[in-house]
Design a protein around this ligand. Sequence first.
Ligand code: SAH
Ligand code: SF4
Length: 374
Amino acid sequence: MEINKKLILGLEKKQISKEIFEIGHSSYRSDQIWHSIYRDFISDFDEITTIPQSLIIKLKDDYIFNSIDLVLKKISEDKSTDKYLWKLRDNEYIETVLMRYDPDGHRRRRRTVCVSTQAGCALGCTFCATGQQGFSRQLTVAEIVEQVLNVKKDVVKEKKNLVNKYSLKNDEINDLTNVVFMGMGEPLANYENTMSSIRILNDPKGLNIGARHITISTVGLVPQIIKLAEEDIQVNLAVSLHAPDNITRSETMPVNKRYPVEELIGACKEYFRKTNRKIFFEYVLLSGQNDTLEHANKLSELLKGLLCHVNLIPVNPTAGSSLERSKHNDIKNFREILLKNAISSTMRMEKGIDINAGCGQLRSSYISMEKKNV
Ligand code: SAH
Ligand code: SF4
C-alpha cells in the first residue's frame, strides 16, 4: 500500500543510512543511493546501478520516489524566469520559480530557485496572493526538496544544451546556485521541515547548495528567528518588514498584532548578536500606504545601527487587493532618504511579471480557472 510507504526525498543522508542498516545492508549503500538521487538525477529506484537488485526491490517496497507532479510550466517572454505549478498527492497545488540572473558587474551569474514551504498561508498579508487564499497544510520535507531537485534537473539539461550548442567550457555557465524560501507559505511556521530540507540541499555530496546561498524569508515570527540564530547551518535571513511603525504595518500584516515592530527588531538585533550576519529587510512598496517621506525617515531611524540591507520590491498587484505600485518619483525620493541616512538598499529587479511569478499568483489564477471549467 502506497499509504504506508515513506518518501525517500524526505530523508537526510544519516536517516537513509540508519534505515538501510536496519534492513540488513551496509550503511555505505546510503552514499550510493544519495549519489544516484542528487548527482545522477535518477527518476526511480530501478535506475540505480550501484546497489544490489535485492536492495532496489526493498527500496521499491518501502519508499516512494516522487510526491509532486508538474501541472504547468510557464516561461517569461524574456526567458529569464520559469514558473512551475505542481500538484500534490492530495490535490493541493504549489508553485516554484526559477530566476536566471546574468552577471551585472559586481554580482556573478546566478540561477535562483524560489520554493514553497506551505500550501497556502495562514498569515493573511493583504497584498499577497497566497495570503488571500488561506492555509491548507504544511509541506513535507520531500515536497520541499523535490521542488529544488526537479528544477535542478531542468537547469542541468539547459546547461548541457548550451555547452554543446556554443562549444563552451562547462564552467562558463553556472549551475543552480541559490535557493530562496520565498515561495508560498511561511517557512518559519514549518520550521522543522524547512530546516531538514536545508540540510539535504546543503549536503556537499548531494546538491551542495552552500548555506550562504540559501535565504529564508520570514513574515517576522519572533521565537523562530531566535531559534534560527542557534542553528548549525547559518543561512541568510530576510525579514518582511514592509512598514516602519505598528499602525502602518498592522494595516497590511495581521501578524504585527502578535509580534509588533519593536519586538521584531529586538529579535533581529538578538539574531545579529548571536550570528554576526547581516539581515535583509524586504519592503514591498505600496502607493500611498508605506512609501511616503515620513515612512522612509521612520524606517531609517528604526534600522539605524543594525548591519542590514533593505530590498525594495515593487508590489505585484493581486486580484484580491486594491493596493498599487508606488509611483516612480515616490520610489526615488524614498531611496534618497535611505541613502542620506546610510541605510543600504536595492530595488529588486522585476522578474516574470507576465507569467504571474508573484508568490501564490499562478496557483490562484489556475484554481479559479479550474473552477470556471467545472
Ligand atoms: N512568508 C514569507 C515568505 C514568502 S513571501 C514572508 O512573508 O516573508 C516572500 C516575499 O514576497 C515576502 O517578502 C512577501 O512580503 C513578498 N510578497 C508577497 N506578496 C507580494 C506581492 N503581491 N508583490 C510583491 N511581493 C510580495
Ligand atoms: Fe504568508 Fe508571506 Fe504571503 Fe504574508 S507574504 S501571507 S507570510 S506567504
